[in-house]
Design a protein around this ligand. Structure first.
Ligand SMILES: NC(=O)c1ccc[n+]([C@@H]2O[C@H](COP(=O)([O-])OP(=O)(O)OC[C@H]3O[C@@H](n4cnc5c(N)ncnc54)[C@H](O)[C@@H]3O)[C@@H](O)[C@H]2O)c1
Ligand SMILES: [Zn+2]
Length: 364
């Protein structure tokens, strides 16, 4: 998976297969990637404004043509149909054609919004993901899920649209605030827990280098995570079944995110969600206390929260879980571990079990 200091992971989806390129300076690959059909493609960068200010010049300098740059205000609020329309009006004004290549530049918001713009502009044009957060590099940019939010809920409108490539340039990630970087690590621990026991041990051995963002360790972390996500997506591109295991930690995590009114970042809530879901699994005799403790210790070492900042009512958590979009036939689906690397979907978790398991993250 190496060539020079660029690590490469392939997402195998038949005719929709694509590479993920990871390393410092990988933006230099963008000329070749964007020239997949023509030497002189129209290029559009759809960018988070903060990221455009920090790195837009470096990105543009790596492209074969000067791009049209359309920015949006950072944050989850940009993931709307209105914002999608605003960007597409700009594409229309610039006469962006079918052969154009769009580049999404920023975190998961840029990827989801920009990917959805690409999926729907002229019924679908090519695009490249250039993720700049750890969460986007190891999770959101891989797999082709794009979309926007409605007032009724997150990601309710969307499309599967696979990119031409994902280009992770570590130079862009260097400016990530510590808290945002650390939040992304929760998804890495999640991947290890659902698929890769060895990756969990690797986190434990390298925890200090991970928090220090040692370049080689960071590149390896991203590559190993992309390989896991790519394998899950390749086996189940449209989330018929297996892909749902990626929701480990998220049933509770999403509820906490909502109830804490976004005071905690997504990854921080996923960390807490994994702890609660492990407690659920432990109380059911699926996993032992040693594994649950190992996860708690690791999350704390990585700088992730292991307790809520303020109490949250169990009944509220149960209610939010019940309206979660993973609900089918009125039952909430949980992904629980039955061993390290071996998740199972469970649909009979009771409110009483949720209330009891929440105690594991209740403030002391
Ligand atoms: N499509 C998928 O499969 C998938 C999977 C997981 C998450 N998501 C989505 O991803 C989104 C969250 O992504 P996120 O956590 O990356 O959030 P984000 O895109 O909002 O980025 C977080 C913050 O970091 C800033 N930022 C980004 N890169 C930076 C850099 N290099 N230097 C300095 N600041 C930088 C942004 O301006 C923003 O304020 C959610 O909308 C979620 O639904 C999608
Ligand atoms: Zn997540």
């Amino acid at each position: 998976m190496t060539s020079g200091n660029v690590l490469q992971v392939r997402v195998d989806l038949g005719p929709r297969s694509y590479p993920i390129l990871i390393g410092p300076g990988t933006r230099s690959e963008l000329t070749q990637v964007t020239r997949y059909r023509s030497r002189n493609p129209q290029l559009v960068v759809i960018a988070d404004r903060t990221v455009a200010d920090l790195h837009g010049m470096a990105l543009a300098a790596a492209l074969p043509n000067p791009p049209l740059v359309v920015t949006f205000d950072p944050g989850e609020n940009a993931k709307t149909l209105a914002e999608c329309q605003r960007i597409q009006e700009a594409l229309a004004a610039a006469r962006i054609e079918r052969g154009a290549v769009l580049l999404t530049f920023g975190g998961g918001v840029a990827g989801d919004l920009g990917g959805f713009v690409a999926a729907t502009w002229l019924r679908g044009v090519a695009y490249v993901q250039v993720p700049t957060t750890l969460l986007a590099a190891i999770d959101a940019s891989v797999g082709g899920k794009t979309g926007v939010n409605l007032t009724a809920g997150k990601n309710l409108v969307g499309a599967f649209h696979q990119p031409l490539a994902v280009v992770v340039d570590l130079d862009f990630l260097a400016t990530l605030p510590t808290r945002t970087y650390t939040a992304g690590l929760a998804e890495s621990v999640k991947h290890a827990l659902i698929r890769d026991a060895d990756l969990l041990a690797w986190h434990e051995r390298n925890a200090d280098a991970i928090t220090a963002r040692a370049p080689d360790v960071l590149a390896e972390l991203i590559a190993r995570n992309c390989a896991i996500k790519a394998a899950v997506v390749a086996a189940d591109e449209r989330e018929a079944d297996l892909r749902a295991i990626l929701n480990f930690g998220h049933t509770i995590g999403h509820a906490l995110e909502h109830l804490l009114e976004y005071e905690l970042q997504h990854g921080e809530c996923v960390a807490l969600g994994m702890l609660v879901e492990n407690e659920l699994a432990q109380r059911r005799g699926l996993i032992d206390a040693a594994l649950a403790d190992r996860v708690r210790t690791l999350l704390a070492r990585l700088g992730l929260p292991v307790r809520l900042p303020r109490p949250v009512a169990a009944v509220a958590v149960q209610q939010v879980c019940a309206v979660d979009k993973k609900t089918a036939d009125g039952a909430v689906t949980f992904v629980l571990l039955r061993a390290l690397g071996d998740p199972v979907k469970v649909r009979d978790v009771t409110p009483a079990e949720i209330a009891a398991a929440l105690e594991v993250i209740t403030p002391t």
